[in-house]
Design a protein around this ligand. Structure first.
Ligand SMILES: Nc1ncnc2c1ncn2[C@@H]1O[C@H](COP(=O)(O)OP(=O)(O)OP(=O)(O)O)[C@@H](O)[C@H]1O
Length: 690
């Protein structure tokens, strides 16, 4: 079996090469077959010099007309060849031996391969590969296109190609088992696996290079589809396993009605719909696995509270995990306000608690006295023992990654049940991406903002206007407006980032001593951050100069002006999150995106999208197109989305199709699913738990 055939069985593979191959993620012969070329060279035909297009790689022949050495900053050897029709091409070599130079004598015929460029003396090729041709017995042309593989230092193309060729002849003897059903291949018009692999490693001259380049060749699509089906099937199996587990069936809650009555607002239709979906899930005796997506400010916290109360009333505990301490504290305040009057005890944990306080909170959690427990990732530390965990709410899950989600989930795993799981994210995620990243979860969307919100008015301005923007901000603050100023992310370094914020804060206080300015950044201690945040909330500060630490969740409805510096450096999803800190009350809010000129065309287009829409889903779709999934999901989450061949940005249109077929396979033939996973997950990728 090629899936068990280790690579050192191939000719020419010693320990050193093996190490290099492992570095490329290649362990068995089958891995080589799935190691697809990056691109191809066409050495199957000769192109006439006259027909060569600039920028294309071609094979051509000509007679040596002259050769010359030029001296300068870099010595170069120039060899001029002439086609039978009289056109000239210059070959330019920067590295050469003088002996080599002597070989290029006038009248000899050369066959060269390289990229045609325009040079100072007409058409040229830099460092082409070449051979001398005996015109009586010219060398044969290649039968297939020549693949160029991704490789690593010390493993040349020629060696790698030889190994793949050995793998291909083994494939002829031991073809791989076709795992995709015929009706699937027929309906999608895709080739079988073995011929797809032959096509991609040894494409015939008539195979469409353009299609292959654009990854739209049926042979490539076939592999992409198989890989995506495998990933979707893995998620569905995970989900099926989860649904076979027991969870406490939580009856409808009376206290939830009391909470609803006590709120100063009525739920929007979207909130009601999502709440009902959650409440229905909680009634069932197996774990809810639901993702709630709500655009910024759509009111997710109250939904979490209403779900929590259903568990608490039934005698179970609820863990609420937030990505930052600022957010955990904000949730704590909201939950205390809403739930304590109803007699529900809320505990909380943070990193800066005094030992005695922490002991007290831990004891309350362990005894079951505390029904709601709020915190950051501190919640899944070993010292935390839940008494009867019935529901886990994870806010902004992509900040945590699947591992942490599962870790908290395991905490509640006593003998008789698993907790229900509710994941909340404020980052709208395009549907296809959500299907891949969260395919094991049901999806609810809060697609409506509370009434009375006015769309944020956004302006895009050059940094040259910075001082007048500062001036304008001062005037507004004097009229009672509260504002954020978000500082540039010049370096990844937390220190420099903090310094930039400090400098800006000082500029304001130096200029306008009567302006009440607060400063918040990642290097402040938790306690200091909380103090500043609370002062801003209580309107003891007019302006909060911040780094992107305020990106998620911060809720100060009275703030209505935000300036974001160096906006061109941030992803759209992140800008949307930041901007979502204003426009949360009924005031008309404004946002200014400052950019450092000159701004590229794409840069301009991106900021214009921000100016033209506040619809998070549209922004996320654009971001997916421009920056890819990492930007939207965060790197931790995308860690679990590494594919061998598929690319979520390029191939997202296949995802719904893959999901459909994965479902059919999971329902009808789990053996195929297991085989597919063995084939694709191999040594490198673990779709479920990476
Ligand atoms: N139906 C509603 N009507 C009016 N106000 C509401 C409604 N639902 C929630 N709110 C209020 O809207 C504000 C935003 O809610 P919340 O903080 O829950 O938003 P969110 O969805 O978590 O947003 P983000 O993801 O941006 O943090 C809060 O002040 C909340 O009390």
């Amino acid at each position: 079996m090629l899936s068990e055939h280790s690579l050192d069985n191939l000719k020419g593979v010693g320990p050193k090469q093996l190490e290099k191959l492992h570095k490329l993620g290649l362990f068995v012969v089958q891995d080589l077959l799935f190691h697809l070329p990056l691109r191809y060279q066409d050495k199957t035909k000769l192109t006439a010099l006259e027909n060569a297009c600039l920028g294309s790689e071609v094979l051509m022949e000509g007679e040596i007309f002259s050769q010359a050495l030029t001296r300068g900053r870099r010595n170069s050897l120039l060899v001029k060849i002439q086609s039978p029709q009289g056109a000239f091409l210059t070959l330019r070599f920067f590295h050469f031996h003088y002996r080599q130079a002597q070989q290029f004598t006038r009248g000899k015929t050369l066959r060269v391969f390289g990229e045609v460029r325009s040079g100072p003396n007409g058409l040229e090729m830099v460092h082409p590969s070449y051979e001398f041709v005996n015109t009586e017995t010219p060398p044969e042309l290649e039968n297939t296109l020549t693949p160029i593989y991704p490789t690593t230092e010390g493993l040349g193309q020629v060696s790698l190609l030889k190994l793949v060729q050995q793998a291909m002849s083994l494939l002829k003897q031991y073809p791989l088992v076709e795992l995709l059903p015929n009706n699937l291949l027929d309906s999608l018009q895709l080739p079988d696996l073995n011929s797809a692999l032959f096509t991609l490693h040894q494409p015939q001259p008539d195979d469409d290079l353009l299609e292959i380049k654009q990854f739209s060749h049926p042979a490539q699509q076939r592999l992409i589809v198989e890989e995506l089906i495998t990933q979707q099937a893995a998620l569905q199996l995970l989900r099926q396993t989860e649904q076979k587990r027991l969870a406490p069936a939580l009856p409808a809650s009376q206290m939830a009605n009391a909470l609803l009555k006590s709120l100063p607002f009525a739920l929007t239709d979207a909130q009601q719909r999502v709440l009902q979906e959650i409440q229905q899930d909680l009634l069932k005796p197996y774990p809810m696995q639901r993702l709630v997506q709500g655009d910024v400010g759509s009111g997710k916290t109250v939904i979490a509270a209403l779900a929590a109360i259903q568990a608490a009333e039934a005698g179970y505990q609820v863990a609420i995990m937030a990505p930052t301490e600022i957010l955990a504290e904000q949730h704590l305040n909201a939950f205390l306000e809403w739930l304590e009057p109803l007699g529900v005890t809320v505990a909380w944990l943070n990193g800066r608690m005094k030992a005695a306080e922490k002991r007290f909170q831990l004891a309350q959690i362990e005894s079951g006295e505390a029904k709601i427990v709020i915190g950051t990732h501190a919640l899944f530390q070993d010292s935390v023992t839940f008494n009867r965990l019935g529901l886990v709410v994870i806010d902004e899950q992509h900040r945590f990654g699947v591992h942490q989600r599962l870790a908290l989930h395991e905490k509640g795993q006593n003998q008789d049940h698993h907790p229900h799981q509710l994941v909340m994210t404020a980052t709208p995620i395009p549907r296809t991406l959500a299907m891949t990243a969260y395919g094991d979860l049901d999806l609810s969307i809060i697609d409506e903002l509370p009434p009375g919100r006015k769309p944020i008015d956004t302006a895009v301005l050059s940094n040259e206007k910075r001082s007048s923007v500062m001036e304008h901000l001062y005037v507004k603050c004097k009229q009672g407006v509260q504002a954020y100023w978000v500082c540039p992310l010049i370096e990844e370094s937390e220190l420099l980032h903090a310094q930039a914020a400090e400098v800006t804060a000082t500029q304001f206080t130096d200029h306008w001593p009567d302006l009440r300015v607060g400063l918040i950044h990642g290097r402040l201690k938790g306690e200091q951050k909380a103090l500043v945040m609370n002062a801003f909330k209580d309107h003891e500060l007019d302006l909060l100069v911040a780094t992107t630490v305020i990106e998620v969740g911060v809720n100060v409805p009275n703030s209505s002006l935000m300036i974001i510096e160096n906006a061109e450096r941030l992803g759209l999803a992140q800008l949307h999150q930041l901007r979502g800190r204003v426009g949360r009350g009924d005031l008309q809010s404004h946002c200014v995106l400052l950019y450092q000129p000159p701004l590229s065309e794409t840069g301009k287009a991106r900021l214009n999208i921000m100016r033209d829409t506040t619809d998070g889903f549209r922004i996320a779709e654009e971001d997916l197109k421009i920056r890819g999934p990492g930007e939207i999901l965060g790197t931790k989450q995308t860690g679990g989305l590494q594919f061998r061949i598929a690319d979520l940005k390029r191939d997202s249109h296949w995802i719904p199709i893959a999901q459909h077929w994965a479902k059919t396979l999971v329902e009808n033939d789990t053996q195929i699913v297991t085989d597919l996973q063995e084939r694709w997950v191999g040594h490198k990728v673990d779709y479920q738990h990476a």
